[in-house]
Ligand binder design. Structure first.
Ligand code: TXA
Ligand code: MG
Length: 356
């Protein structure tokens, strides 16, 4: 158990944050405290990245294993060179193109970076977020800010301040409530310390966009069980986003997948189970005759909308108290690759095919 901390909430204008509120939050960071704040992807749980004790508090508040390293968030390009050495030219090109924005670069760590931030690795992950509140906070704190997603370990990432409070109220000092986060899935994480570079996590920057500057980038999704072989990259464990129910991703063409979802739902219902379906908007009417809880994800044709809603939808269907959740595979095009990745993790790798 961590000690109880009264968690304050301050509302900020997401596009023009009040400098006084930002100064208050920055003072908490400088004093070694924990501040949850909005980024364009998801809410982060921030602490001074150069303060080993403050970083340790992040792990404790989240219940995060010390083996999973944390991203350092910066507000100007000079901070990259302060944290990292031997930064390859392509890193600057990527930064130029995608920062501020949802891209995280794994580079070689300088000794100034506390070892616990990097979970003892020789590398450090760095990103410059584009959210005005995040940028203002990092600038006012006058230090890079360490921030994992502001959820308890293995819970869906938070896209609202309410999600943060659900998981972390009483465990952190302050939440800056800047409304829902615009992207909704986390940053893409690229390891530039290996050749060829490896996409460790698909996210807000698509593979196609990355390939324009990193034509040889590799992405081989691996969904390892907690007791499986040693994870090639941290944070690749299954159950990372697992809700409290079994989730199954159904692959295949739309009609076949919907038929399979119907079949799986009816079979489970006759076994006395309560069923939930995470449904694309256009699929929901086709399921309306079934005694299932439907939570909509947005239009299948609009992955940006689905990404925005995804984690809120996972939390919502979890609260519905169902035993089994079914969801149709969103595909892998553009942002859908990141959406699919989060769903497959929440499903602990349970993917079934609707095609014969
Ligand atoms: O969009 C985001 O990236 C959000 C916002 C708050 O910036 N942050 C986030 O942090 O998603 P977190 O800790 O939930 O996920 C960071 C991922 C993890 O999979 C972690 O293992 C990986 O980045 N990571 C961090 N440092 C690393 C390193 N040095 N080497 C390899 N992977 C690293
Ligand atoms: Mg996370």
């Amino acid at each position: 158990m961590t000690d109880y901390i009264p968690t304050r909430v301050l509302t900020v204008d997401p596009s023009a944050p009040d400098p006084q509120i930002i100064a208050e939050a920055a003072a908490v960071i400088r004093a070694g405290g924990l501040v949850a704040f909005p980024t364009e992807t998801v809410y982060g749980l921030g602490a001074n990245a150069l303060d080993e004790r403050a970083v340790a508090r992040i792990f404790q508040a989240k219940g995060r294993p010390a083996t999973d390293p944390i991203i350092a968030h910066i507000a100007n390009a000079h901070q990259l060179d302060a944290l990292a050495r031997d930064v390859p030219p392509v890193a600057y090109a990527l930064a130029q193109r995608f920062w501020p924005g949802p891209l995280t670069l794994v580079v070689w760590r300088r000794p100034i970076v506390p070892a616990n931030l990097s979970a003892g690795r020789a590398t450090v992950a760095v990103r410059m977020p584009s959210h005005p509140v995040a940028l203002a906070l990092i600038t006012a704190a006058d230090a890079p800010i360490a921030a994992p997603s502001a959820n308890r370990f293995s819970r869906p990432s938070p896209t609202t301040a309410a999600h943060v409070l659900d998981d972390l109220a009483g465990r952190i000092d302050l939440v800056l409530d800047g409304g829902p986060t615009p992207v909704g899935v986390e940053s893409s994480v690229v390891d530039l310390t290996v050749d060829p570079p490896v996409l460790l996590r698909p996210g807000g920057v698509t593979v196609a966009a990355l390939r324009e500057l990193l034509p040889d980038v590799i992405f081989t999704p691996r969904y390892l069980t907690a007791d499986g072989e040693a994870a090639p990259a941290p944070g690749m464990l299954l159950r990372h986003y697992a809700p409290n129910a079994t989730l199954i991703v159904v692959e295949g063409g739309r009609d076949a997948a919907l038929a399979r979802i119907r079949h799986e739902a009816l079979t489970a219902i006759s076994a006395g189970k309560r069923i939930g379906v995470l449904a694309f908007d256009e699929d929901a009417p086709e399921l309306s005759d079934l005694p299932v809880q439907v939570v909509t994800l947005g239009p299948a044709t609009d992955p940006e909308k689905v990404a925005q809603r995804l984690f809120a939808a996972l939390r919502e269907i979890e609260r519905a108290g169902v035993d089994l959740i079914l969801v149709r595979d969103p595909g892998q095009e553009g942002l859908s690759l990141a959406i699919r990745d989060r769903l497959v993790r929440a499903a602990e790798g349970r993917v079934i095919s609707a095609e014969p």
